[in-house]
Design a protein around this ligand. Structure first.
Ligand SMILES: [Zn+2]
Ligand SMILES: [Zn+2]
Length: 258
């Protein structure tokens, strides 16, 4: 499996980081997790195959995670030639179908019928679905918004966890235990602690409990970047740490790969 961070920023405008977007590729699947503002154009800047995306999974409904969904749906129809013919499945927590309906009410009927098959599938909290026969997509309810979830992609013995936006949660650490890569939000410095987001100290504590093969951090508000993030996290968690950037990528040996 290959994981690429497309956008590693937040709703706070940044010259170097667009909003949240992560691509995970394996077999015939190109799974985009979150599609925040700026993600569509960033994929073009990174020369990524944005037309080849097969599934779009959202973690929650804040604009820095969903604002580019209408953009991408329209880009697949009108953004290049030939237009998209392949189906797209939008996945998300309970409420996702209603979200897409409300977006279509605002933007137009083309969002429901973009010219290629578009389906919406809600995944219950703390559940797991089969993804195109290639992997399991698991969800874990995290403390951020009413609907917010973390995702797990399991393929054979290989497992990636993406926390989405979340406050520190011991259950999330337990659920993620031993995964190969944990992509975790790291929003704010300790001096700006708020409920529903994590500090570097909390990311370190999460890593120490979950013991992932690699702890990759994303979703940086500008003030946290003034901190020695890796140093703080490393004082709690002794494994490998990566500070993701837009375009950062890692490959995980995939036991299910043929
Ligand atoms: Zn966010
Ligand atoms: Zn959020």
């Amino acid at each position: 499996m290959r994981l690429t961070t497309i956008g590693t920023g937040t709703v706070s405008p940044s010259a170097t980081r667009v909003c949240a977007g992560v691509l995970v590729e394996f077999g015939a699947v190109r799974l985009l997790m979150d599609c925040g503002a700026g993600v569509t154009h960033r994929m073009a800047a990174l020369r990524m195959d944005w037309m080849g995306i097969t599934h779009l999974a959202v973690t929650h409904f804040h604009p820095d995670h969903i604002a580019d969904i209408p953009m991408l749906i329209m880009a697949w129809r009108y953004g290049t030639l030939p237009p998209r013919a392949a189906p797209i499945e939008i996945l998300g927590p309970p409420g996702t179908a209603n979200l897409v309906e409300r977006l279509a009410d605002a933007f137009g009927q083309w969002m429901r019928e973009p010219g290629y098959p578009l389906t919406v599938r809600e995944i219950p909290f703390n559940d797991r679905i089969d993804l195109a026969g290639e992997a399991y997509l698991g969800t874990y309810k995290v403390p951020h918004t009413e609907e917010s979830i973390a995702y797990s992609i399991e393929r054979g013995a290989t497992r990636i966890v993406y926390t989405g936006d979340t406050g520190f949660d011991g259950g999330l650490a337990q659920w993620s235990a031993g995964c190969n890569v944990m992509l975790s939000e790291c929003s704010l410095p300790r001096s700006m602690t708020v409920a529903g987001h994590m500090t570097p100290e909390e990311c370190g504590a999460l890593g120490a409990l979950a013991q992932p093969g690699l702890l990759a951090l994303t979703h940086f508000y500008p003030p946290v970047e003034d901190e020695d993030i890796a140093g703080i996290v490393g004082s709690f968690y002794k494994g490998p740490i990566a500070l993701a950037t837009d375009g950062w990528s890692t490959h995980i040996e995939d036991s299910a790969c043929s």
